[in-house]
Design a protein around this ligand. Structure first.
Ligand code: PXP
Length: 249
C-alpha cells in the first residue's frame, strides 16, 4: 500500500487520564500509554485538554510534547486560553471541537457556519505558527463549506451518530448516517480539505468508515482504552490497525 493511500490511526489517550483522575495520583500514566501506542503503530496521538481539565492536564500536554516521536493532535475548544496554550506548544495539529461543561463527551460537531468571522480570526495565528488546523464537524455540507472558508486544512467528521445507530440496532439510521459520511467525505475532499473521522468507533463500526478512500485519518480513543483492559493496549491497537488495513484493501 502506498504511503499516500495509507489510512492513519490517531490514538486518543484521554481516558487513560480519566482512570488516573478517578483516584488522583499518577497512574495509569497517559504518557506511558502514548509511548505504547506509538510502539503498536499509532500514526499520531490525540489528546483533548478540556476547559475543566477533567482528564488530560496541562502537565500531560507538556509531557506529550516532550516525549512523542509521532505527531500530536491537540484537541481543544476555540477559547483564548487554549489558543495561548497551542501557540506556546505549536503542536503538529490543532483540532477545534465544541465543548460544554455538562456533556459527558463531545456531543456534536462545531457550529462553524454560525461564527465564521470569529473562527477565521482565531485560526489565522495557529496556521501562522505552523499548526495544521482541523475542525470537528457533523457530516453536513454547510459546515464543510464554512470550515473551508475559515481556513481549516482538515475537517474531522463526527462518526458518533453512525456509531450510536449501530449500537441501538437501528439499521436504517445507521445506513443513513454512513451514506452522509460517505457523501460528505467526498465533498470535503473535492474542496481540497483533508478528511479525518472519529468518535465512538469500535471494531464493529470502523471498517465501513475506513473504506472511504477520501478519509486519511481516524481518531479513536474510548473503545481502545476500554479494550486494553481485556487484551492490553498494544494488542487492542494492533487489532484496530489490522481492521483498518483490511477495509482499505
Ligand atoms: N475525534 C474527536 C474530535 C473527539 O473529540 C474524540 C473524543 O474525544 C474522538 C475523535 C475519539 O472518540 P472516542 O473516544 O469515542 O473514540
Amino acid at each position: 500500500m502506498s504511503a499516500e493511500g495509507k489510512l492513519r490511526l490517531g490514538v486518543n489517550i484521554d481516558h487513560v487520564a480519566t482512570v488516573r483522575n478517578a483516584r488522583g495520583g499518577a497512574y495509569p500514566d497517559p504518557l506511558r500509554a502514548a509511548k505504547l501506542a506509538e510502539e503498536a503503530g499509532a500514526d499520531g496521538i490525540t489528546a483533548h485538554l478540556r476547559e475543566d481539565r477533567r482528564h488530560i492536564s496541562d502537565a500531560d500536554i507538556d509531557g506529550l510534547i516532550e516525549v512523542l516521536t509521532v505527531p500530536l493532535n491537540f484537541e481543544m475548544a476555540a477559547t483564548e486560553e487554549m489558543q495561548r496554550i497551542a501557540l506556546r506548544h505549536k503542536p503538529h495539529a490543532v483540532c477545534l471541537v465544541p465543548e460544554k461543561r455538562e456533556e459527558r463527551t463531545t456531543e456534536g460537531g462545531l457550529e462553524v457556519a454560525r461564527e465564521e468571522n470569529r473562527l477565521a480570526h482565531y485560526i489565522a495565528p495557529l496556521r501562522e505558527a505552523g499548526c495544521r488546523v482541523s475542525i470537528f464537524i457533523a457530516a453536513d455540507r454547510r459546515q464543510i463549506e464554512a470550515a473551508h472558508r475559515v481556513g481549516a486544512e482538515v475537517v474531522e467528521l463526527h462518526t458518533g451518530a453512525y456509531c450510536d445507530a449501530h449500537g441501538e440496532g437501528d439499521l436504517v439510521a445507521r445506513d443513513r448516517e454512513l451514506a452522509a459520511l460517505r457523501e460528505m467525505s467526498a465533498y470535503a475532499h473535492s474542496l481540497g480539505l483533508e478528511v479525518h473521522a472519529g468518535h465512538g468507533l469500535t471494531y464493529d463500526t470502523v471498517q465501513p468508515v475506513a473504506a472511504f478512500s477520501e478519509v486519511r485519518e481516524l481518531n479513536i480513543g474510548h473503545f481502545l482504552i476500554g479494550e486494553a483492559i481485556f487484551r492490553g493496549l498494544k494488542p487492542a491497537i494492533t487489532e484496530m490497525r489490522r481492521l483498518m488495513d483490511e477495509a482499505r484493501r
